[in-house]
Design a binder for this molecule. Structure first.
Ligand code: C5P
Length: 318
């Protein structure tokens, strides 16, 4: 080998160096392909295609997702939209309330941090009756994060909806007990909701909003995250395009997942094949078909996101 190299002319050294560099580069590229799962849905804003233009016109990567003590000041337009949702008059001062809030709850996000070598997969599980008979349970449980909505149960429905829950979104009127490891994504549609959240983890004195609400819930206060009113308005403006008075909690969770996950899988949204908008756990018709909740528009938007490969939607057993 040494004799071989000693016989080479100087310019041959450059050729060998270049060849070695090319081989190392190819190996690196190949390796990085292996470590980033091919199935990871590509939702980057590559310019100039009809699909990505629609997405990028709506997706705002820098929107405030969660309230914390540093970003709790609301701009005039966010404040006026958010206060316009209140159906219960409150005298409570927002600034004071938020101050109390972050003495009690942590000031950090719990779900960012996707890793360059790992595709962070999330399942968002809505409460639609189209889940019945789907046998999606194992597929749902195979995702890194499983995000459930309001009172959607798992017990007794494991085959169709899975049993794992890492995140649950609710508001006081749809609250339920959580286990110690589940993140609460709290959706405050009014000032009283923030008061309730503080009360539920401290004094437990609030038992009524416009209806009876639980005075407390089981849950880990260190895993509480509060959606920023700016995020809620952003979803209403950019994603539901002013349809309905405000987005449903399920739809808020879908857009939230688009922001914090690498790959979003959506289950349990929309009507059944017979056109019924009921839950998988009861036969009461939900109000999502009508304009006040914009379920139809939300469903179309999720379908559009599916078409654009920004998420994957599973339509049930039909
Ligand atoms: O009824 P509930 O609000 O608890 O359902 C959770 C979410 O699932 C809703 O916010 C809605 O986005 C979605 N859903 C749906 N179709 C149904 C029932 C619920 O899309 N039939």
């Amino acid at each position: 080998m040494a004799i071989f190299f000693s016989k080479l002319k100087p310019h041959h050294h450059y050729v060998i160096l270049l060849l070695s560099f090319t081989i190392i580069l190819c190996l690196y590229i190949d390796n990085s392909r292996v470590s980033k799962p091919a199935a990871c849905v590509n939702r980057t804003c590559a310019p100039d295609t009809e699909r990505t233009n629609w997405f990028c016109a709506r997706f705002a990567p820098t929107v405030q997702l969660l309230l914390n003590s540093r970003n709790s000041r609301l701009s005039a337009d966010v404040s006026s939209w958010w206060r316009g949702l209140q159906n219960v008059n409150r005298v409570a001062n927002y600034t004071t309330l938020v101050k109390n809030l972050f003495q009690l709850f942590p000031n950090q996000e719990h779900c960012s941090g996707s890793h360059p070598n790992h595709c962070r997969t999330c399942a968002v599980v809505g409460n639609s009756g189209n889940l019945l008979g789907s046998r999606y349970g194992p597929l749902i449980d195979s995702k890194d994060c499983v995000m459930r909505i309001n009172k959607g149960p798992t017990e007794g429905f494991e085959e169709d909806v899975g049993s794992k829950t890492t995140h649950r979104i609710f508001y006081p009127e749809s609250a339920m007990d959580l286990d110690n490891s589940t993140h609460l994504v709290f959706s405050a549609f009014k000032i009283l909701d923030i008061e309730w959240l503080i009360s539920a983890f401290t004094t437990k004195h609030i038992t009524k909003t416009y209806t009876d609400v639980p005075s407390t819930i089981n849950g880990n206060k260190d895993k509480v995250m509060i959606l920023h009113p700016e995020f809620m308005k952003y979803v209403h403006v950019n994603w539901t395009e002013y349809h309905g008075s405000y987005p449903s909690t399920g739809f808020l969770m879908v857009i939230f997942a688009l922001h914090i996950c690498d790959e979003v899988h959506v289950f349990g949204f929309g009507a059944t094949k017979d056109g019924n908008w009921h839950h998988y756990f009861d036969k009461t018709l939900t109000p999502y078909a009508n304009e006040s909740h914009a379920g139809d528009f939300e469903y179309k938007t999720i379908s559009r996101l599916h078409w654009g490969k920004n998420l994957l939607m599973y339509k049930g057993w039909t």
